[in-house]
Design a protein around this ligand. Structure first.
Ligand code: MN
Length: 191
């Protein structure tokens, strides 16, 4: 199996000013591409060659896990945004967020706080268990809730390459601004 990098569902400059076209050029064009290229090289001739990406993430370790998970995480991240995004989730996800975090605003504050606190590189996730319970999960490096038996709903990338060109050291500002472009229709469909 050869994994191909999915085309973005928006133009490289469509998420400005929240994410600049320069950041998309590097982050999507170089970083995501490199993880997918590495993944394709690493699975060649291994027992993982014909596996689904999710299964590789659940079972692999070391460099293969890192690159498989980073490939998946970036695709998931970039497909969470839209130039018409923002606002609040509705439907069952909106309801579950209100029930479990008190309000959308307190969920957002907690999500930004957990993402800001990650030491070094990582991802802040919203995930759910089989019963529909939601979890905010700060995870280092290539971490992914699939390895914990949970279903990913939303993720923000907190590696410096995701925000440094646009926000320098202001990670919390970057995380807060991302909520202005979240495509809740897509994110709700994952719940
Ligand atoms: Mn990244």
């Amino acid at each position: 199996m050869i994994y191909t990098q999915p085309k973005l569902p928006y133009a490289n400059d469509a998420l400005q000013p929240v994410i600049s076209s320069e950041t998309i050029d590097y982050h999507y064009g170089k970083h995501e591409k490199a993880y997918i290229d590495n993944l394709n090289n690493l699975i060649k001739g291994t027992e993982f060659e014909d596996d689904e990406l999710e299964d590789i993430i659940r079972r692999a370790e070391g460099p293969l896990f890192n690159n498989a998970s980073q490939a998946w995480n970036h695709i998931f991240y970039f497909f969470s945004f839209s130039p018409d995004g923002g606002g609040e989730p509705s439907g069952e996800l909106g309801q579950a967020i209100k029930e479990q975090f008190g309000s959308f605003e307190s969920f957002k504050d907690k999500f930004v706080e957990e993402g800001t606190k990650i030491f070094g590189s990582g991802w802040v996730w919203l995930a759910r268990d089989e019963a529909g319970k939601l979890f905010i999960l700060p995870r280092s490096n290539a971490g992914n809730p699939l390895t914990e038996g949970l279903t990913p709903i939303l993720v923000f990338d907190v590696w410096e390459h995701a925000y440094y060109l646009d926000y320098q050291n202001r990670r919390a500002d970057y995380l807060r601004r991302l909520f202005d472009i979240v495509d809740w229709d897509i994110v709700e469909s994952r719940y």
